[in-house]
Structures are given as C-alpha cells and as structure tokens.
Design a protein around this ligand. Structure first.
Ligand code: G3I
Ligand code: 9MR
Length: 561
C-alpha cells in the first residue's frame, strides 16, 4: 500500500459524535475565516473565526484552530477556510469530516480484536482472522525455569507449562508487569461500561459463550497470568521469554527455548492487583467459569503475602537475557494499587490501612506508575467501600489531576494536554492514559471541559497530529503501514494486522542505530518514523492498545448524541 497524500487541515479522521467538542488544526498561513458546509446540499451551517496563529512547542509549528463544535447533526461536511492572501492558489482550501452517532464503535471492536491477533499459543482461523489467519506459535507448554528463578521446589531447568496470554508487542515475549496494566484497563472498561459491552461480539472463538467478548479476551491473558505464580510460595515470575528477541517471522517459525525469569515484587504486586479485580468481575460468571473467581482471589492474596515477605525484589536482567526489561525500582505504587484492589474486592480494612500508610499520589498511569489505577478503581467503587474510606479523599485525588490536565488543554495552541516532556517511548499511550484520567474527572464532576480535553486526545491519535496520521493500523484515511510487529512483517499480507495503535512520536529515537533511514524530524511531537526498523516510535504494544479500547468506549458512551 502507498500512503495517501496528507490533508492540509488536521482532524480526527474517524469523525465525531454529535455532541462532541470538535476542533481542526489549520496552517498558520490560513486566513481568519472558516466555514462548514453540508457535503450533500452545500448549505453553510457554520461560519467562524480561527484563533490567532500561535506556536505549539512540541511540534515547533505556528498553527490556528477552528472550533466546529456547534455543528451537531449527523452527516458529511466540508470545512473550508480562506487561503493565505499571498498564496498562489486562488481558491479556498477544504477538508471533509463526518458526524455519526456511532463514530467510535468500529474502533472499539478493532482495537479489542487486536488483542486476539496477538494471542500466543493458538492458531488464528480464517473465520476469525480473515487474511491474518496464521498457525499456532509458542505453545509454552514446555517452559524452563531460568537460573534466576530457581527455588527449592523448582530448581533451574525445571519444566513448567505456561500457555496462552498475549504477545506483549511486536515481540513474542510475555511480561507480567505490562500484562498487569493492560489487562486491568480492559477490565476497567468492562466495569465502567458493562451495558455497552454486553451485546458486542467481535468474532473471536469464544463469542456467544455467555461471557462478553471484552472479558473473553481478558481471560485469554488472565489464564496465562495464573500459571506465572509459583504455587509453592505465591511469588510471580517477572516474564516468560526467549533469551533474545526472535527474528521478524511468524510465531510458529520461532523455535527458541522459553524461560520464566526471576520473581519480582513489581510483577507479584501487579498480579495481585489484577487478580483482585478479575475475581470481583468473574464472580458474576460463576456458571461459565465455575470456581475461577475464588481461585483468582486466593492467587491475589498469596501474591500479596509473598510481597510482604519480599518487599523490594527489583527485577535485574540476567546476563544471558536481553529481551524487554520493564524494570522499575519504585514499588510503592505497585503496593498501593494491589492494596486498593484487594480492599475494594474484599472490603477488608487491613488493605485500607496499607493504602493509607502509602498515601499514593495520583498520576497519569503507565506501566511503571500504577498509582493512578488505584484511584480510578477507588473512584468507580466509592459508594461500596467501608465508611473509613471517606478519609482517603478519593474524588479530590482524581479531580485535581483532571483539572490540571484540563488547564493544559485550555492553554495549548493545539488544544491538547500533551506537553513536550510527554513525548517518550509510547507517547500515544501517555495521551490515552491522560484521556483516561480526564474521563474519570468527567464521570465525577460532569465538567464538560474534561470530556472535551479527553476528546482532544483521541482526536490527536486519530489524525489531529503533525503527521496527519490516524496512528491505528487500518483506521482512518492515512494510517501506519509498517509497524514494528513481527506478525505484520512476517505474514506476507501487504496491510498490517489491523486495530493496533503504534507507539507514536519519541524524540529519544533509541532505534536510530538500527534504522537505515532517519526520522523526518526530531521535534517531540514529530519524531516518528513509519518504518519497520523503528521499534522506538512504530512498535505496537498491549499497554498502548488497552487505553485506546477504554477511551474510545468511554467517549462513545459518555458523549451526548
Ligand atoms: O519516564 C522517563 C522520563 O522521565 C524521561 O524524561 C524520559 C527521557 O528519555 O524517559 C522516560 O522513560 C522512558 C520510558 O520508556 C517511558 O515509559 C525511557 O527513556 C525509555 O527507555 C522507556 O522505554 C521503554 C522501552 O521498552 C525500553 O525499555 C518503554 O516504556 C516500554 O514500553 C518498552 O517496552 C517494550 C518491551 O521492553 C519489549 N516489548 C516491546 C515493548 C514496546 O516497545
Ligand atoms: O524488536 C525488539 C522490540 O520488540 C523491542 O521493543 C525493542 C526494545 O528493546 O528491541 C527490539 O529489538 C532490537 C534490539 O533492542 C536491538 N537490536 C535490534 C533489535 C530490532 O531489530
């Protein structure tokens, strides 16, 4: 496939819900006035004045903004603005967009289905995977205990079985820390919006089994996570991995030995948190998976116990292992998150005590900082906690951060809460996790600016960005064609596997030594390269897709139509 030409106005390429806040970024040279016409009748429905040209520091561009929010009726529209007076083109420039009451439903389905496409240990059949059908890879029924993970009951070289789970990203390894936040985010989408997910089938093998597909997909990974706990002591292995990264080939061609590596406190606490969430969710599906809820709670409690006895076992990459690290020396957030989820599920104030002594500060969630997940769960369940929870100040923690992100959105020349320092490896997930925080603020306060600021972040990843790219494979009019994804690269199908959000701009450009072509720009919001070499800006990952599922769902459900 060949990329389509870049449009001149930057907008969400999937369009908008009727009641949404709707913004377009215009070049600084655009004239002051803009108008919106219906594409079918040509009738002018809005005339407005663009904001004065201003610098957006992350991209280094001077831009003007057009606010199209007043247009609400479903349909197709043409945005037109006057060309610069100095421009050789005499006519006005234009850009089309749509308004639709189900604007993000297909995005939710595709971004959730991406997890299915990344399943380990199973063949993807044509009736579910279409052109991306493939043989089973990495059964993981014969996994070796690495020397770093040896215990009296399981000396080095012991063979264990640890099947299923999702591949983490473009690589074929499975990491508990990153599985933790990713699986949680899908479970939160279910806990917050069950009515939306109940009737949705996305065409996976389990569709129609009496469990909603968002949970069917989460269960594929939860079943794997359970096998990563040492039953003898409750500790959880940090990862299941090859010793070095596989080649750019389909999974069934990889024959390297697989290992479980070192138990860590971060992995064990993330596991405890997710199992506590999953236990309360699966309690409603006892008929479909008898005993699973109780098993998950027991697994969560024994993981918590292990962490009490091993409070600071930081993951250290063994010399013979070079795959992803997910190393994190700060563990108070993992403690707080596990304590919060165990408290919510059990109402046992032992865990509330632990939480209060940690006094976790709300932050934008990420794999290395999970405090925010604790507050998101506490906020959602605040009406069902014990009276002592009132002292936590749950609402204030969430709304303070949502307000500060909203202030950034309001002040931004791009109308976006992302600032230069947010453009790190996986910046698109920083954007979507900011949106997740804003959406929690909106759910608590009803402040429409918080909903608008969240919408702006979805707009950003779907095309209102300097690359004019919908950064999700197969979505919008221009999207990434060459993600760093072994399956997409190895399958012989021209189009990448659909529904994956790529990492996004990352001025760190840590992959340059391995890339034959340079990035087009080093500016924070432009340091992106649509080339398979670019593992620092163009890889896919489960922890980047999960907040896409959440944010697309939340906006679809919460935006007035
Ligand atoms: O948070 C700091 C920030 O404070 C600092 O200013 C900035 C400056 O460089 O760095 C920020 O940290 C970065 C961090 O990502 C942000 O989450 C690190 O530099 C950067 O090296 C780190 O990258 C991680 C990358 O692995 C390399 O370790 C990514 O988060 C993480 O998503 C990525 O994960 C990989 C797995 O290891 C293997 N599987 C694929 C997966 C996705 O690429
Ligand atoms: O392909 C690897 C990718 O999945 C990881 O996220 C990335 C992070 O460390 O590393 C990639 O592997 C590269 C390795 O780190 C350095 N040599 C080139 C590898 C990619 O071709």
């Amino acid at each position: 496939p060949v990329p389509s030409p870049a449009p001149v106005a930057l907008m969400n390429q999937l369009g908008f819900l009727p009641g949404a806040s709707k913004w377009a970024v215009l070049p600084a040279a655009a004239g002051e006035q803009y108008e919106v016409r219906r594409a079918d009748t040509g009738r002018v429905v809005l005339k407005g004045d663009a904001t004065a040209a201003a610098l957006w520091a992350p991209s280094g561009d001077q831009v003007r903004l057009a606010d199209l929010s007043a247009v609400q009726a479903p349909g197709r529209y043409e945005l037109r603005w006057s060309a610069p007076t100095t421009s050789p083109q005499p006519s006005a420039a234009s850009h089309s967009f749509t308004i639709h009451p189900k604007a993000y439903e297909a995005l939710v389905d595709a971004s959730l289905k991406a997890f299915y496409f990344n399943r380990a240990g199973t063949a993807l059949l044509p009736q579910h995977a279409g052109a991306w059908a493939r043989p089973a890879g990495h059964p993981d029924t014969r996994v070796l205990v690495h020397a770093s993970a040896a215990s009296p009951g399981r000396p080095a070289g012991t063979v264990i079985s640890s099947p299923k789970g999702w591949y983490d990203a473009g690589d074929y390894n499975k990491y508990i820390v990153n599985s933790g936040i990713s699986t949680y985010t899908l479970l939160a989408a279910w806990e917050h919006f069950p009515a939306f997910f109940k009737p949705r089938g996305i065409g996976i093998p389990e569709t129609g089994n009496g469990i909603p597909d968002v949970l069917n997909e989460a269960l594929w990974n939860l079943d794997w996570m359970l096998t990563m706990q040492d039953p003898a002591d409750g500790g959880v292995y940090h990862k299941l991995t090859d010793l070095r990264f596989d080649g750019m080939q389909l999974p069934h061609l990889s024959k390297a030995e697989r290992y479980v590596v070192q138990k860590s406190t971060a992995a064990t606490l993330d596991f405890a948190a997710v199992m506590a969430v999953a236990s309360r969710v699966m309690a409603k599906f006892e008929a479909q998976r008898p005993g699973l809820s109780a098993r998950m709670l027991a697994a969560s409690r024994s993981a918590w116990q292990w962490a009490q006895a091993h409070p600071d076992v930081v993951y250290r990459q063994p010399a013979d292992v070079v795959t992803g690290e997910y190393g994190d020396g700060k563990l108070t957030d993992e403690y707080a998150w596990a304590a919060a989820e165990l408290y919510i599920t059990t109402r046992d104030e032992l865990y509330l005590g632990a939480l209060r002594s940690l006094a976790p500060a709300m932050g934008v969630p990420g794999w290395g900082d999970v405090n925010g997940l604790a507050w998101i769960s506490l906020a959602h369940h605040r009406a069902h906690l014990t009276p002592a929870a009132a002292q936590l100040g749950i609402e204030r923690h969430v709304t303070d951060l949502a307000r500060s992100l909203t202030a950034r959105w309001q002040a931004s020349a791009w109308r976006l809460s992302m600032v230069s320092g947010d453009f790190v490896w996986g910046s698109n997930a920083v954007a979507l996790n900011q949106a997740m925080v804003l959406l929690q603020g909106y759910r608590l306060t009803g402040d429409e600016r918080q909903l608008a600021a969240a919408q702006a972040l979805l707009d950003y990843v779907l095309g209102r960005n300097p690359m004019a790219l919908a950064m999700v494979t197969g979505q919008g009019t221009r999207s990434p064609l060459h993600p760093h994804h072994r399956i997409s690269e190895g399958d012989g199908v021209a189009a990448p596997v659909p529904g994956f959000i790529v990492a996004g701009p990352n001025p760190g450009r840590e992959d340059q030594k391995d890339c034959p072509v340079p990035y087009a720009s080093a500016a924070p919001a432009k340091a992106y390269l649509d080339h398979v070499c670019s593992y620092a800006s163009n890889e896919v990952a489960i922890n980047w897709n999960a907040p896409l599922v959440y944010v697309a769902t939340a906006l679809q459900v919460l935006t007035p139509v």
